[in-house]
Design a protein around this ligand. Structure first.
Ligand SMILES: Cc1ncc(COP(=O)(O)O)c(C=O)c1O
Length: 458
């Protein structure tokens, strides 16, 4: 389709492996890293190489080996490596200014206007933006804002959720004023089951899953003996990311929206991973026409520059000065990239390709599943697709170790593909949205080979 083939971004004929992996140069870098950097790293235990550069949906290691990138730096590179629109925006911004906190710049104004013009539903051109730095930082700001507005302490999250690793440090900050709304104890979170069709109780009919989940939530809110203190916000991923690329039934978000409205509870939709076109709409919540009260945005908005934001209803803006702080909020480079990225991704033709290629991917993965004893479930929306690996299709025993082996086998074949899921057993497709057709097909063939080889060995 025209949108992506107009000029090729990736290296031709990938993958192209010239050495054993890791090659000698990569090995040298990995050894130095092992000596000097924390041993708590995890990605370098399975992606054993050192990177020289990236181009589109390919990366080149220090030994000149070319890999297909279905990883995108954990879903950060929706436009791939070195997209011209992003590079041009960054280059012109870097000449101007690279940091100045909160003061308006051309990049900031463009980002604010562009973002507001593409927000979902009633948020469009009708929202306030608060700058943050990472996904976790945005989610922290979102729950603080929900609690501040609702004046209630408890946040409902979901099983399988991932909203980041942060929080707590405000407790060491001496001005107690900040602790009034930021930073609160983990006891202020409760969890409802996420509607995970593959692993939801078999006693529940598929069409009743959302109803059952929402009924439990309503019970938590209404029943004074539920054990849950008053609920001041619900935070949800419209398609769950780290939890396993789980697509909830279509009636789930609308039912959640209705429940929040009935009980005057702010609905926070976390689009950190599912946003910026990942599911084939700019925001995943647009599939159900649900408008959040607060929305979290990060990862692909900065094209690799750490930046995040929350956007929220204007009437939530009665908040004190310095409500959620952070020196690096709203980095000009990230905002310049962000406006350029939104301009590319909002294009309906671009998004339509993601949707149609997403359907194609599901079909191809389902064909592989039909002939496989270890792919229990294939699911996804747009370019957020997972194959859940099991050791036994009947009892759905999670194949965590098998998934690790598949990832390793793919890496050695020149394809970067990572896992996710409750049990780390879902192979997830999160390639750049700009990936060329041939790199999809080559990747699928490599995936099929890796599945077959793993089945034979297991
Ligand atoms: C949905 C979602 N929210 C929040 C986060 C946290 O983002 P960060 O790692 O930038 O803190 C992630 C990270 O994977 C995520 O997937």
């Amino acid at each position: 389709m025209s949108v992506q083939t107009s000029s090729r971004l990736s290296i031709e004929n990938a993958p192209l492996l010239k050495t054993k992996i890791p090659g000698p140069k990569s090995k040298e870098f990995l050894d130095i890293q092992d000596t000097l950097e924390t041993s708590s790293r995890s990605y370098t235990s399975f992606f054993r190489f050192a990177i020289d550069y990236g181009k589109g949906s390919t990366v080149v290691d220090m030994d000149g080996n070319v890999f297909i990138d279905w990883f995108g730096g954990v879903s950060v590179l929706n436009l791939g490596h070195g997209h011209p629109a992003v590079m041009n925006a960054l280059k012109s911004q870097v000449e101007k200014i690279t940091h100045i906190t909160e003061v308006p710049t051309e990049a900031r104004i463009k980002y604010l206007k562009t973002l507001n013009s593409v927000l979902p539903g009633k948020m469009k051109n009708n929202s306030k933006v608060h700058m943050t730095v990472t996904g976790a930082d945005a989610c922290e700001a979102a729950v603080s804002l929900a609690r501040y507005n609702s004046k209630k302490p408890t946040i409902i999250a979901f099983s399988g959720s991932y909203h980041g690793i942060a929080g707590g440090i405000v407790g060491a900050t001496s001005n107690y004023h900040y602790r009034d709304y930021a930073g609160f104890s983990s006891q202020n979170y409760v969890y409802a089951p996420y509607p995970y069709p593959y692993r939801f109780s078999s006693k529940t009919k598929p069409e009743d899953i959302s109803k059952e989940v929402v009924e439990r939530i309503v019970e938590m809110i209404r029943d004074p003996y539920s054990g849950v203190p008053p609920v001041g916000g619900i935070i949800v991923e419209p398609v769950q990311g780290e939890g396993g690329y789980i697509v909830p039934p279509d009636d789930f978000l609308p039912m959640l929206r209705e429940t929040c409205d009935e009980h005057s509870i702010p609905l926070i939709i976390d689009e950190v991973q599912s946003g910026i076109g990942r599911t084939g709409k700019l925001w995943a919540s647009e599939y159900q026409n649900v408008t959040p009260d607060i929305m979290c945005i990060s990862k692909s908005i900065g094209g690799g520059i750490p930046i995040s934001s929350i956007v929220y209803r204007k009437d939530f803006d009665q908040i004190p000065k310095a409500f959620h702080l952070g020196t690096y909020r709203g980095n000009p480079l990230g905002m310049a990239a962000g406006a350029a990225i939104l301009d590319v991704v909002k294009d309906e033709q671009f998004l339509e390709r993601v949707r149609s290629k997403g359907r194609y991917l599901l079909k191809r993965f389902q064909e592989i599943q039909d002939n496989s004893s270890i792919i229990g479930d294939v699911r996804g929306r747009g370019f957020m697709v997972a194959n859940e690996i099991v050791t036994n299709k009947q009892d759905k025993t999670p194949g965590t170790e098998l998934a690790g082996k598949i990832r390793e086998s793919l890496f050695n074949k020149g394809l970067l593909m990572h896992t996710c899921g409750h049990y780390g057993n879902a192979m997830r497709f999160m390639a750049p949205l700009t990936i060329e057709d041939d790199l999809l097909d080559t990747g699928i063939s490599l995936f099929q080979e890796a599945i077959k080889e793993t089945e034979v060995k297991s």
